[in-house]
Ligand binder design. Structure first.
Ligand code: NAD
Length: 249
């Protein structure tokens, strides 16, 4: 029997990350669920086990290089290999225009949303090289390719994630490591709920998606799972929006 494939998902205690972890477990991966939220992460493991899947929780702050390295070691020590990684953990940051943007929020968003993806790949890639290849999916956003007023830090971090993805894909294509970025439109998750939008703002956001609704985390997870599992080897270094038509405007 072939060895079970192994995936890491960061920010897997909630929203899109939890859905990605469930999707990957459904595809037969043993999933290392990682998050700073222990309760959320453990709940994701329970949900996977209830479906008959294999998962373990490991707490790691993606903005820490040491914890990102320890997370990869946990995966390889526990399951013997690393085949896929979804660098999904992210935060929204404060809403303010650039001339007034709080410096501490800028630093925090860049640390988590951009440096966190770099630290992830920094340690995932050597483990994948040891195993003969792998697949990495980085969570960008539609805001990885267009601007959004009051979100300078988030927009900058997500554009950075797209650049990082392209660079790593170029560097490691010959090592059999595929690296892609996914760009969701606005998705119904706690991140959006925490933004505490009034009905008018929510309505305006829906209007920005020609499909006439916001997205569901499972829809993003279906794309991420496909990229980790069965997309063609020729698909690498790409930025794949999943946005109900948002970027057609
Ligand atoms: P969410 O808030 O539901 O989940 C994010 C998870 O990341 C949480 O469990 C949180 O605890 C965890 N996290 C936060 N900081 C962390 C850190 N430093 N280290 C490890 N884990 C950390 O949000 P979501 O909507 O599921 O977002 C997931 C990803 O998708 C983010 O990168 C986000 O930017 C991106 N995204 C979301 C939307 C959307 O509309 N919801 C759209 C495009 C992109």
């Amino acid at each position: 029997m072939p060895e079970q494939r192994v995936a890491i998902v960061t920010g897997a205690g909630s929203g899109i990350g939890r859905s990605c972890a469930l999707d990957l477990a459904g595809r037969g991966f043993a999933v290392v669920v990682s998050d700073v939220d222990t309760d959320g992460g453990e709940e994701s493991v329970k949900l996977i086990e209830k479906e008959g899947g294999t998962a373990s929780f490991r707490r790691a702050d993606c903005s820490s290089p040491e914890e990102s390295e320890a997370l990869v070691s946990f995966a390889t020590d526990t399951y013997g290999r690393l085949d896929a990684a979804v660098n999904n953990a992210g935060i929204g940051g404060e809403a303010a225009t650039t001339g007034e943007y709080p410096i501490d929020s800028w630093k925090k968003v860049i640390d988590v949303n951009l440096s966190g993806v770099f630290y992830g790949m920094r340690y995932q890639i050597p483990a994948m090289i040891d195993g003969g290849g792998g697949r990495i999916v980085n969570m960008a956003s539609i805001l990885g390719s267009v601007g959004f007023a009051t979100a300078c830090a988030y927009v900058s971090a997500k554009h950075g994630v797209v650049g990082l993805t392209k660079t790593a894909a170029q560097e490691y294509a010959s090592a059999g490591i595929l690296v892609n970025a996914v760009g969701p439109g606005f998705i119904e998750t706690p991140l959006l709920e925490n933004a505490d939008l009034d009905d008018a703002t929510r309505g305006m956001l829906v209007q920005l998606h020609p499909i006439g609704r916001l997205g569901q985390p499972q829809e993003v997870a279906a794309l991420v799972g496909w990229l980790c599992d069965e997309s063609p080897d020729f698909l690498t270094g790409d930025y794949l929006p999943i946005d109900g038509g948002y970027l057609t405007r």
